[in-house]
Design a protein around this ligand. Structure first.
Ligand code: FMN
Length: 258
């Protein structure tokens, strides 16, 4: 009679079990990859629509995106549209780390704490039936307290009035810095103006905005207990709305020269 407790059999069973498990895990990873990529892309589009206030409950995100959104690439140095890269295959996050596709920022310039800024940015435009610009959605990113926050800032066609600000990726503390995702806080951004006579004026202040103040249109309440994340969001907006961000592009766009 064979002994099932022998060392040889134990090793064979262990090895076989390992092989079977690794095949299952690898197959799952390979088979689920296309679904993961599709979901990531869908989530990306959902966040763009959310920033632009175009999400409609129950309506297909892909359908709204394809119908309403025009995807363009902007050369951040010239502030003009470019065909230098294909917006579909261009990996903006990777480009920001590639010295041939990005620009090093000095400590003074680097308000968003991102070290390098990609030379090309994919932006999203909402147009009406007559191809008149309605909204502009700009990718933004910068360091909070624990993490880099990635999001979208949507502006009206005046390139000044905020339609929405959403962050789709960050690792700030839930309940503290993570309150950047709170719909109540996000609603406070709508209608705020980012520039005052050409200067970046949007500000996250500590405490609550005094609605009777002349600056109220540029100010948003800070997140309580999360001053450092709030400061990170303030700084990243100042970077992306400034000369090293989208300011040249937004100026060109307003003057019909983009
Ligand atoms: C475990 C832990 C997590 C924290 N996470 C955050 C955070 O995500 N964002 C943030 O601004 N502050 C966070 N803080 C608080 C900061 O250390 C700091 O106290 C706070 O930003 C000050 O904000 P306040 O002046 O509004 O109190 C955290 C603190 C602790 C102990």
């Amino acid at each position: 009679m064979s002994n099932n407790d022998s060392i040889k059999k134990t090793i064979i069973v262990t090895v076989l079990l390992c092989i079977v498990c690794s095949v299952i895990v690898s197959a799952a990873a390979v088979l689920l990859r296309p679904a993961q990529v599709a979901n990531k892309s869908l989530d990306f589009k959902r966040n763009i629509l959310s920033a632009a206030g175009l999400l409609e409950p129950g309506k297909n995100v892909d359908a709204i995106f394809n119908e309403r959104v025009v995807t363009r690439v902007v050369d951040l140095k010239t502030g003009k549209f470019t065909d230098a890269v294909d917006p579909v295959s261009y990996d903006q996050r990777r480009a920001s780390k590639d010295p041939s596709l990005s620009t090093n920022l000095s400590a003074d310039e680097d308000l968003a704490k991102i070290s390098r800024r990609e030379d090309y940015s994919v932006v999203y435009l909402i147009q009406d039936e007559n191809e008149q610009l309605q909204k502009i959605i700009l990718p933004v990113k910068g360091y909070g307290l624990w993490s880099t926050l990635y999001g979208f800032l949507a502006l009206e066609a005046d390139a000044n009035t905020v339609v929405g600000l959403v962050f789709y990726e960050h690792a700030e503390t839930p309940g503290l810095g993570g309150e950047v995702d709170n719909p109540v806080w996000k609603a406070k951004w709508v209608g705020k103006e980012v520039y005052d006579e050409g200067d970046v004026a949007i500000a996250i202040i500590k405490g609550s905005v005094d609605s009777s103040s002349s600056n109220a249109v540029h100010q948003v309440d800070g997140l309580s207990g999360a001053t450092l994340t709030s400061r990170g969001v303030h700084n990243l907006l100042h970077f992306w709305l400034g000369d090293n961000g989208y300011k040249p592009f937004l100026t060109n766009l307003k003057n019909g020269e983009a």
